[in-house]
Design a protein around this ligand. Structure first.
Ligand SMILES: Cc1cc2nc3c(=O)[nH]c(=O)nc-3n(C[C@H](O)[C@H](O)[C@H](O)COP(=O)(O)OP(=O)(O)OC[C@H]3O[C@@H](n4cnc5c(N)ncnc54)[C@H](O)[C@@H]3O)c2cc1C
Length: 299
């Protein structure tokens, strides 16, 4: 079945979209667990889902299989992530054709991080150096595929400046990207300033904020390590003063709910949740109530 594009959903929306991000399980047991989680999440009815893509061969296969599982279970449309890491142009073309043949019409076009053990990203021989080239490749092969690209409210770590990073983001949009999905952040002001600066730079496509509810000190530290997100003092203090992980989970969830409420009130195009495959996160009573305030899924 041909899946709708995220672009068409964003264009038709009368309220912010709700999207959930998944990552591919490592083995059969993991796929079974993921299937169970999706089953439990059915009542949430996201407008679209996304599935991340890893560098290794088996991870790639599992990413594709996870996209197919999400589609089979009705969590569509799916956005298949794709990176330039370790692939020639020909291999990327094959992967894009395969995604298209599966009926998927959405690709998150990414450069990817340097492979483990390497400090800097180097374009593979015969491969692509940046996400804008991947967007252009996808659009040249299948113009009916909708492309998302990554945006960094706190600037990509390799970028020499915020202005330069936004200029590069504009390049991705000029190459054909249909929407931007952001790196996670904990301070809405940071996102709203980023959107303002993107609009001033001529980026007109929807910019969807990415949020991750954190439940433990380790999760918060990991999220900061990979995203470089600033943790507001109020969140750091509350986390630091909490007696145990139950209390930290409640604080993290409350923080995300307040962020969502603020972003929806500010007119965000959508809310993208990095849920780390956890049904319990989206089924949390406080978060469910928050989502119901603006996300009224069709029965
Ligand atoms: C929403 C989201 C989803 C993600 N999903 C995945 C995933 O599934 N798998 C995964 O491995 N990683 C994923 N990542 C991480 C991402 O791969 C890394 O952040 C990576 O370091 C950059 O990818 P990019 O697509 O932003 O690269 P690019 O857009 O290529 O940017 C990388 C750096 O180069 C600069 N730049 C961009 N274009 C050019 C150009 N033409 N010339 C010179 N400089 C340029 C940018 O300013 C930036 O500093 C995701 C990130 C986000 C925000």
């Amino acid at each position: 079945m041909i899946q709708p594009t995220v672009r068409s959903i964003l264009e038709a929306r009368e309220r912010p979209t709700l999207s959930l991000e998944f990552y591919p399980p490592k083995n059969v047991l993991g796929f079974g667990i993921l299937g169970g989680s999706i089953e439990r999440m059915r009542p949430v009815r996201p407008d679209f889902t996304t599935c991340t893509y890893g560098a290794g061969g088996s991870t790639r296969e599992n990413s594709f299989a996870a996209c197919e599982l999400l589609a089979r279970m009705g969590f569509t449309p799916v956005v298949a992530h794709l990176t330039c890491v370790g692939a020639t142009r020909g291999e990327l073309e094959e992967q894009i054709h395969r995604i298209h043949a599966a009926g998927i019409r959405n690709i998150m076009a990414l450069r990817g991080d340097p492979p483990r053990g390497e400090a800097a990203f180097r374009a593979p021989e015969g491969g692509l150096a940046h996400a804008d080239e991947l967007v252009a490749l996808v659009k040249s092969l299948h113009p009916d595929i909708c492309c998302g690209v990554a945006g960094y409210p706190e600037t990509h770590p390799e970028s020499p400046s915020r202005a330069e990073d936004i200029r590069r983001l504009k390049q991705k949009v000029d190459a054909g990207a249909d929407f931007v999905n952001t790196q996670l952040f904990y301070d809405n002001r940071v996102f709203l300033d980023f959107v303002r600066d993107c609009r001033a730079a001529g980026i007109a496509v929807p910019i969807i904020p990415g949020l991750m509810p954190v439940a433990t000190r380790e999760q918060l530290a990991r999220s900061v390590a990979f995203s470089r997100a600033t943790v507001p003092a109020a969140l750091a203090d509350a986390f630091g003063g909490a007696p145990d992980d139950d209390a930290r989970r409640a604080i993290g969830m409350r923080w995300t709910i307040d962020q969502i409420d603020g972003l929806v009130a500010a007119g965000a195009s959508g809310i993208h949740l990095y849920i780390l495959n956890q049904a319990n996160t989206v089924l949390d009573p406080g978060l469910s109530a928050c989502l119901r305030r603006w996300h009224a899924p069709a029965p």
